[in-house]
Design a binder for this molecule. Structure first.
Ligand code: NAP
Length: 481
């Protein structure tokens, strides 16, 4: 009945909630050989989550065993594997299966789904758990092909390659680079960070949970729930920092500036690390050790633009070549294409990538007019700058499961969101986004080349939760094939 793409946080959550709703006829297709999605891919040194662990987990599967306030990647990956095992999902997952495309047959009311090896699967509903950050972006730098050293992307870390004693060039300084730079700087001979734009950084204030803490969490499940609710409400307030010129945004700016001043005493380096755009326009970075790593004697921050890569160095536009044994790309992901490069054909053979040419749009980030029974998880305009994505994913999964259950109840073949409803929703969404700092003057992975914000949700998660809690069936057309 249901085909789910991806066994990451979204895909697993969807599988679990389908089972809970008594819908057991589904399969999850996963191109890798394990569950975890982003937490399987991003195994770089220092990888972890900057959202507190007790919130960055499923609400229905609290974990008293988190070792720290902010969990490292291996622990999150283990947690997701535990969820898959506990809810018996492994038998429902087809590993090593990549989906190439899908076509909706309106007469039969079925999605015909093609794997990359040409196999065809049919399902009534198609759920994408591919999310926003799964295709690494490696810039096409002039001369890169001539580089004779090693190079890899942060989400494809080469664990066989030891960086100890090497001269490492890091390109990019976003949330991923900020986590691995402090780790590699401990053993590399030299780390050169090529920074195109500075980022606002605030402290993480991480701490280890003691055995006594964990015992308390085990004994008092309500305490874990209360802690989760407390963290969620504290983070929820932070949305105010993303409203242009707000008091909260000025407060965050002061906090980040004070942190930079406290950690970096060299005025030249400090100037390089001071962003020239309002806080929140790009993701606010959260770290206890990034600035501390940048002031190490073996680390250099280079803010001149890269001109080219040579056989053994990275050269900047001022003509200086910095020799490198390895280049690590912390250059992020292809984020605005969403389901690309899959070919998704809806009613009348309409292609999703053509419809999304001017920027992806969906209704509540989940359904798209003309693409019946297609449900997107962590789809367009559902990313956050201030709270846990898992919260958003649970809202979307709850919504999609109710839609699938309603189809059964009505003996309908498909449902399709009304175009006027979707268009009206997106007009209001973009108007609300215009009041946020995401539309201020900076480039970020939240926007298309033309500046349309297609990745972020425009408000509080409370508002999103309220809108997705119960689908309004008047927003949909129900059709019997
Ligand atoms: P990112 O935030 O998109 O950062 C990419 C970096 O590469 C930026 O510094 C960018 O510079 C630079 N860059 C891109 N193309 C370049 C080029 N051609 N030349 C020079 N520099 C270039 O990517 P990311 O660090 O992988 O993070 C992506 C997202 O993943 C995060 O925003 C976050 O949502 C998620 N993430 C979350 C966590 C967590 O703890 N929860 C951790 C890691 C990642 P510009 O800024 O100038 O564009």
């Amino acid at each position: 009945d249901v085909a789910i793409l991806g066994a990451g946080v979204s895909g697993l959550c969807m599988g679990i909630q389908l089972i809970e709703a008594g819908i057991e006829s589904f399969a999850i297709f996963e191109k890798s050989q394990d569950v975890g999605g982003t937490w399987l891919d991003n195994s770089y040194p220092g990888s972890g989550c900057d959202v507190p662990s007790h919130l960055y987990s499923f609400s229905f599967e609290p974990n008293p065993e988190w070792s720290r306030a902010f969990s490292p990647q291996p622990e999150i990956q283990r947690y997701l594997r535990h969820c898959a095992e506990k809810y018996d999902l492994f038998t429902m997952i087809r590993f090593g299966t990549e989906i190439a495309g899908a076509r909706f047959d309106e007469h039969a009311g079925l999605w015909h789904i093609r794997t990359s090896t040409g196999e065809e699967i049919t399902a009534k509903a198609l759920v994408s758990g591919l999310g926003q950050l799964n295709r690494p972006h490696v810039p096409d730098l002039p001369g890169l092909a001539s580089f004779e050293g090693t190079s890899f992307h942060s989400a494809r870390w080469d664990h066989q390659h030891d960086l100890a004693g090497e001269r490492v060039a890091v390109i990019g300084n976003g949330a991923s680079a900020l986590q691995f730079i402090p780790e590699i700087a401990k053993t590399a001979q030299r780390v050169t960070v090529f920074q195109r734009s500075a980022n606002w950084v605030i402290p993480r204030n991480d701490r280890r949970f003691s055995e006594a803490d964990k015992a308390r969490f085990r004994r008092h499940p309500l305490l874990v729930r209360a802690l989760r609710a407390f963290i969620w409400s504290m983070l929820e307030i932070r949305f105010l920092a993303f409203l242009r010129e707000s008091w909260f945004s000025r407060r965050m700016t002061r906090m980040a500036t004070a942190y930079l001043h406290a950690q970096v005493s060299d005025p030249v380096l400090r100037a390089k690390l001071t962003p020239d755009y309002p806080i929140g326009c790009k993701r606010i970075l959260i770290s206890d050790d990034y600035y501390q790593a940048l002031v190490r004697p073996n680390v250099e921050v280079v803010s001149e633009p890269i001109e080219r890569v040579t056989r053994d160095a990275v050269m900047t536009t001022d003509g200086v070549a910095r020799p490198a044994d390895t280049i690590v790309f912390g250059t992020g992901f292809e984020t605005t294409g969403f389901l690309a490069p899959l070919t998704i054909e809806g009613l009348g053979g309409a292609k999703l990538d053509a419809i999304w040419r001017d920027g992806a749009e969906a209704y509540l980030g989940v359904t798209v007019a003309g693409f019946p029974n297609l449900f997107l998880l962590y789809g367009p305009n559902t990313n956050l700058g201030h709270n846990s994505i898992i919260f958003m994913i649970e809202c979307q999964v709850g919504y999609a499961v109710q839609c699938i259950a309603e189809l059964r109840k009505r003996h309908a073949s498909w449902l399709d969101v009304r175009r006027d409803v979707m268009d009206h929703y997106n007009q209001r969404l973009q108007a609300a986004l215009a009041k946020t700092t995401w539309t201020a003057g900076c480039s970020s992975w939240y926007k298309t080349a033309s500046g349309k914000v297609v990745n972020n949700w425009s408000g509080f998660t409370t508002d999103y939760w309220r809108r997705t809690r119960h689908p309004n069936w008047r927003d949909y057309r129900f059709v019997r094939a």
